[in-house]
Design a protein around this ligand. Structure first.
Ligand SMILES: [Zn+2]
Ligand SMILES: [Zn+2]
Length: 357
């Protein structure tokens, strides 16, 4: 590669980040590939990171973990990929060999991490990215012929996180589910609940009306509830006959939304949160949970369900394009962090196209 420096969104220290010139990544291990980032997306965890709220993130660091790449260089030991392959990338890397990997907790891999977040890996809000252990199952998915980067970019993080929550909630066909917080992960949960898990009733809850309206318009929520204007308890009473929903997916990671999740879930039901809580310790209504025999599920997604969802994207069952509200080149990424981070302009997802020189 002739180019030696590239543009990257670098997190310098809490609340200090900018588009900066950094060295182009090189192959370090023979199992690495280098990808040219063809499309990336901003995730709410990126916003938390640059604010310094993800304390375990070392800096300086290039941010970003949702991307598609075109492979431009392969390490000598890489067997499954070649230069020119178009792939969507798992948000983190894992070795498959350490104790955490063997326990199935790949997000806690001692040798890996999340791109542009916890661990040593640099992120994808840049022109190029180094991807270790490229041949690891599920690290890269070739973008099928006839499919665009936009069709698939939300698969490994947004859809996989939503799948993790619904799978933890043991949602089965014909059941009812509430999704509290319908940003991109919550909207993905509504989409999967309807189209993949075949829920009978999806109830979307958010204080941002445009998100609720979008869920309704897309036909992925049956009932929408806005706590800013609606009586939540009364609305759930009407919707579920007073029993509550079979399962609730909580996405904001707040004390009040966790309490709401417990309140609206039926006895014997499951409360499943997919949030990374900004506050490390919160109060929970544990007596209510005990009396209602609730289960509480949480954790970090491990990219389960991705091959199945890829098939459903291919056959048109799942379409996430309605969430791709904004798109601009890497040149404008500071504006992207501002607008996406502050939930302005009806932004659901901000996509980043390659830097324009
Ligand atoms: Zn993410
Ligand atoms: Zn590992």
């Amino acid at each position: 590669m002739e180019q030696t420096t590239m543009k990257a969104l670098v997190y310098h220290e809490p609340n200090n980040y900018s588009l900066t010139d950094v060295p182009v990544p090189q192959i370090i291990e023979p199992t690495d590939v280098i990808g040219r980032v063809t499309l990336a997306a901003i995730c709410s965890s990126d916003i938390h990171t640059v604010k310094g709220e993800v304390e375990s993130t070392p800096y300086p660091k290039t941010i970003g973990h949702e991307c598609c790449v075109e492979i431009v260089e392969v390490g000598s030991a890489v067997k499954n990929y070649k230069v020119g392959d178009r792939c969507v990338v798992k948000p983190g890397s894992h070795c498959g060999e350490c104790l955490m990997c063997r326990l199935g907790l790949i997000a806690m891999c001692e040798n890996g991490g999340v791109f542009g977040s916890v661990g040593k890996l640099e992120g994808c809000h840049a022109e190029y990215i180094r991807i270790p252990v490229a041949d690891m199952e599920g690290q890269l998915y070739l973008i099928p012929e006839g499919m665009t980067e936009e069709d698939i970019i939300l698969l490994p993080d947004m859809l996989a996180t939503a799948y993790f929550g619904l799978n933890n909630a043991q949602l089965s066909e014909g059941q009812s589910v509430a999704v509290i917080g319908v940003g991109p992960v919550g909207l993905s949960a509504c989409l999967l609940a309807k189209k993949m898990f075949k829920a009978r009733q999806v109830i979307a809850v958010d204080i941002l009306q445009y998100r609720l309206d979008l869920a309704l318009k897309e036909g992925i929520a049956d009932i929408i509830i806005n706590p800013a204007t609606d009586d939540v308890a009364q609305k759930f009473l009407e919707a579920t006959g007073g029993l509550g929903v079979d399962a609730t997916i909580e996405t904001p990671g707040l004390e009040e939304t966790m309490a709401m999740a417990v309140a609206v879930t039926r006895p014997g039901g499951i409360v499943s949160t997919v949030a990374i809580f900004a506050d490390p310790i919160i109060k929970l209504p544990v007596v209510e949970m005990i009396v209602k025999n609730h289960q509480l599920k949480m954790g970090i997604q491990v990219c389960e369900g991705v091959p199945e969802m890829l098939e459903l994207i291919k056959d048109g069952t799942l379409n996430t394009n309605f969430m791709l509200t904004h798109k601009a080149p890497l040149n404008d990424i500071m504006k992207g962090y501002e607008i996406f981070g502050n939930r302005q302009d009806g932004c659901i997802k901000w996509l980043i196209t390659p830097y324009e020189r």
